[in-house]
Design a protein around this ligand. Structure first.
Ligand code: ADE
Length: 263
């Protein structure tokens, strides 16, 4: 997969040389190219922004600079398989594991990191109408960052770890939070079995695979009820077994008209 990241602070993306993403780059699984947006400016001051039409606070990034940069990173063959233009912004759609999975199946991602009050809206409009590109504006969550660079780091890591060969044991992708089960992951423990008076639950030392699986499932349900009731409400009751339903009932969730609701 190829990913181009455009930013006025390319140094912000340096951590993508490290750890599993760094290894994926070295191994040739990920062709990640970080660019300085100012390389596409044409004036002596390398200007990327200007004051907003209509007035108001802050500065807006110029569409001409962005257009030149995006045109250059798009390849000639993008009509076959459109590139995805991803624009991090607090006004975007929430980034989820489903989004990361869909993006991991693409060939070419372009991440356009805005700063200040954002990028002139005509950039998304223009590439939205371009058959070489599919545009998505995405948000990390309901808070405001100073720019899109941290969101680009998050996006690249979330996508890169799903590429075949990046995570050593692909099985570890199956049970994790936000996986297929639609639950948060159960708590995990390692040695020593007793630490500062806190003991690892006996069942995990029992060697009884079936009981371990059931305990983990119950804990995943319990955690999700406490921390993410929205995820419980989104579960399909038909995908749950009788024990799941009994655990949920104990925690105050029952099935009404084919959906889980809090009592
Ligand atoms: N840029 C500024 N805030 C952001 C957020 N919450 N998500 C993505 N990009 C952003």
């Amino acid at each position: 997969m190829r990913i181009d990241v455009l930013s006025i602070f390319p140094a912000y993306l340096a951590p993508l040389d490290l750890s599993l993403v760094g290894k994926a780059r070295t191994a040739g699984i990920l062709d990640l190219r970080v660019h300085d947006l100012r390389d596409w400016t044409t004036d002596r001051h390398r200007t990327v922004d200007d004051t907003p039409f209509g007035g108001g606070a802050g500065m807006v990034m110029r569409p001409d600079v962005w257009g030149a940069a995006i045109d250059d990173v798009l390849g000639a063959d993008e009509r076959e398989r459109p590139a995805r233009l991803l624009v991090p912004t607090p006004s975007g759609e929430p980034l989820t594991q489903r989004t990361a999975e869909a993006l991991a199946a693409e060939q070419h991602l372009v991440v356009a990191c805005g700063r200040y009050e954002g990028i002139d809206a005509r950039v998304a409009e223009h590439y939205g109408a371009d058959e070489r590109v599919r545009v998505s504006e995405f948000s990390l969550g309901d808070y405001v960052l100073n720019g899109g660079e941290v969101a680009a780091l998050v996006l690249v890591e979330a996508v890169a770890r799903l590429l075949p060969g990046v995570v050593g044991n692909p099985h570890s992708l199956v049970e994790e939070s936000h996986g297929e089960a639609g639950l948060l992951e159960y708590p995990v423990y390692t040695k020593p079995p007793s630490w500062r008076g806190h003991d690892v639950p006996d069942v995990l030392l029992s060697g009884h695979h079936g009981r371990v699986e059931r305990w983990r499932r119950d804990e995943a349900l319990r955690r999700t009820v406490l921390r993410r009731p929205d995820m419980i409400a989104a579960l399909d009751p038909d995908a749950l077994d009788r024990t799941d339903l009994a655990v949920l009932e104990e925690l105050g969730w029952v099935v009404v008209d084919g959906a889980l609701v809090a009592r």
